[in-house]
Design a protein around this ligand. Structure first.
Ligand code: NIG
Ligand code: FE
Length: 419
C-alpha cells in the first residue's frame, strides 16, 4: 500500500461536481463545486474524501501523521485537465509550412500540393515505432507539465493498414509506459492518400473492408473519426465510414465544418457521434441538431488562432444548449501546441466562454467527450487522483493571466509527476 496524501488548505478547490450527470451545457457549465479552504484525502491512487480542511482533519484524525502532507494555501486546486482531441503520434515536423502560410498559402493549398497531412503521413510511414515512441514521449511529458493528465490520441498519419496500426500500437505501448492516460481513436479517414487519388470511394471501401476489422480485432481504438470536409470526405462518405465503424463497436467522432460549411454538425447529430470537432463554420441548424441529439461540441480555439480563422461560436453553442469541451488539437500542422491552459485562455478570449465554463470544458466535459467521466474530469470520491495545484489562487486568475504555464504540481493516479 502506498502512503496516503493529504492536500489541505487549498485557497480554492474546484471539484467540478454537479447534480447533473453527463455532459454539461448552459448554466451547468458554470457549476464548479468550489470549496474554500478545501482538502483531499488520497489513498491507493484514488480520491477517498473531499471537503473542507476541517472536515478531512476530523475524519482522518487518527491517520493524519501517516500521510504525505501538501499545504495548498494560496493555491487553486483542480482536476487534472483532459485533452479530448489530439494527433499526438506523428513523425517529423512542418515548420516550413508555417512560413508558407504567413506568406499567403492556405492550409488546403498546402495539403492539395502534397504537403500538410500528406507530408506528415510520409514522415510517419518512414518512422520506426521506436522513433514515434520517442517523439511522442516528449509531447506527453509537455502535456503533463501543462496540467494535462488524460489525452485522446488519433491515428490518421498512415492511411494504410500498416502505419495506422503502427500509430495505434505506439499509443498502446505509451499507455503502459507513460504516466498519462491515452484514449485511442482510429482516424484512417484523415485524408485520401496519394495512392488512391481520384479514387476516394475505393479508399473508403479499403478502409471499411481492410482497416476497420483489424483495428477492431486487435482492440486498438474506442472511437472512429473522419475528416468530413470539402475536398476530403463528403458527408455521404463520412456517414458510410462512421456507420461501418459502429458495426465494429466504435463510437463515432467527426472533424466537422472546420474549413467550410459542409453539413458536418448535422451529420454528427444524425450519426449519434459522441462529439463533433472544430465546428468553425457550423450552421445554426447544425448547432440546434447537436443540442437536440446531445452531441458534445469539441472546440479548438488554438487551431483557429493558428490558421488565422475566426474561432467557433462557443458562446452561441452553450446558450443553445450544446455541451462544449475544448482541446489543443495538438498536431504538426494546424495546432502544434500541448498547452491546455492556453486553450482555456483562448476559449475565453476568442469564443467568449466565461472562466468557469472554460474550466468545465477542459475537465468534466472533456472527459465526457472521450467517455471517461466515470474516472476523471472531477474530484469525487472513487475517481482517479488526477490533480493539479496551480500557482494562482482562484479559477478566474487562471484564465486571466494568459499564455503562461501556472502549473505548480501534478499528481496522476496519486503519484506526483510534476513538482
Ligand atoms: O484537426 N483537420 C484535420 N486534421 C488536423 C490537422 C492535421 C494536420 O494538419 O496535420 C486538425 O486540424
Ligand atoms: Fe484534429
Amino acid at each position: 500500500m502506498t502512503k496516503s496524501i493529504w492536500i489541505k488548505h487549498a485557497a480554492q478547490l474546484a471539484t467540478l461536481t454537479s447534480e447533473i450527470k453527463g455532459p454539461r451545457s448552459k448554466e451547468a457549465m458554470s457549476e464548479l463545486g468550489l470549496i474554500e479552504d478545501g482538502s483531499l484525502w488520497i489513498e491507493n491512487g484514488l480520491i477517498q474524501a473531499v471537503g473542507t480542511t476541517k472536515e478531512i482533519e476530523e475524519r482522518y484524525a487518527e491517520k493524519l501523521h501517516t500521510a504525505d502532507v501538501v499545504d495548498a494555501s494560496n493555491h487553486l486546486v483542480t482536476p487534472g485537465l483532459v485533452d479530448p482531441h489530439t494527433h499526438v503520434v506523428y513523425g517529423g515536423s512542418r515548420e516550413r509550412e508555417f512560413e508558407m502560410r504567413l506568406e499567403g498559402a492556405t492550409y488546403m493549398d498546402i495539403m492539395n500540393a502534397g504537403g500538410g497531412i500528406h507530408a506528415t503521413t510520409r514522415m510517419t510511414r518512414e518512422a520506426t515505432e521506436e522513433e514515434l515512441i520517442e517523439q511522442t514521449t516528449h509531447r506527453l511529458d509537455s502535456f503533463l507539465a501543462h496540467g494535462v493528465t488524460t489525452v485522446e490520441g488519433k491515428s490518421g498519419y498512415g492511411m494504410n493498414l500498416e502505419t495506422e496500426l503502427k500509430q495505434l500500437r505506439v499509443m498502446k505501448k505509451l499507455q503502459e509506459k507513460h504516466a498519462i492516460d491515452i484514449v485511442p481513436t482510429f482516424m484512417g479517414a484523415h485524408a485520401v492518400p496519394p495512392e488512391f487519388k481520384e479514387k476516394e470511394d475505393e479508399f473508403v471501401d479499403y478502409l471499411i473492408d481492410e482497416m476497420l476489422p483489424v483495428v477492431a480485432k486487435e482492440q486498438l481504438a474506442e472511437f472512429n473519426d473522419v475528416f468530413c470536409e470539402k475536398g476530403v470526405f463528403t458527408p455521404e462518405q463520412s456517414d458510410r465510414i462512421l456507420e461501418a465503424g459502429k458495426r465494429f463497436g466504435f463510437t463515432p467522432k467527426i472533424h466537422a465544418d472546420e474549413i467550410a460549411p459542409y453539413g458536418g454538425a448535422e451529420l454528427a447529430a444524425k450519426a449519434g457521434a459522441i462529439s463533433a470537432e472544430h465546428l468553425l463554420k457550423a450552421s445554426d441548424e447544425g448547432i440546434r441538431a447537436m443540442a437536440k441529439a446531445g452531441t458534445i461540441a469539441c472546440l479548438l480555439p488554438a487551431t483557429a488562432l493558428y490558421l488565422r480563422e475566426e474561432a467557433a461560436a462557443g458562446r452561441k453553442m452553450i446558450d443553445a444548449g450544446v455541451a462544449v469541451a475544448i482541446s489543443t488539437d495538438c498536431n504538426p500542422g494546424s495546432s502544434p501546441t500541448t498547452s491546455m491552459p492556453l486553450v482555456m485562455n483562448l476559449a475565453c478570449i476568442l469564443m467568449r466562454l466565461t472562466p468557469a465554463e472554460a474550466l468545465t470544458a477542459a475537465t468534466y466535459n472533456a472527459a465526457c467527450a472521450i467517455n471517461r467521466q466515470e474516472k476523471v474530469g472531477s474530484l469525487e470520491v472513487g475517481k482517479q487522483a488526477d490533480i493539479v495545484l496551480w500557482n494562482v489562487k482562484n479559477y478566474q486568475e487562471l484564465q486571466y493571466l494568459f499564455g503562461v504555464n501556472h502549473v505548480k504540481s501534478v499528481w496522476k493516479k496519486g503519484v506526483q509527476v510534476v513538482s
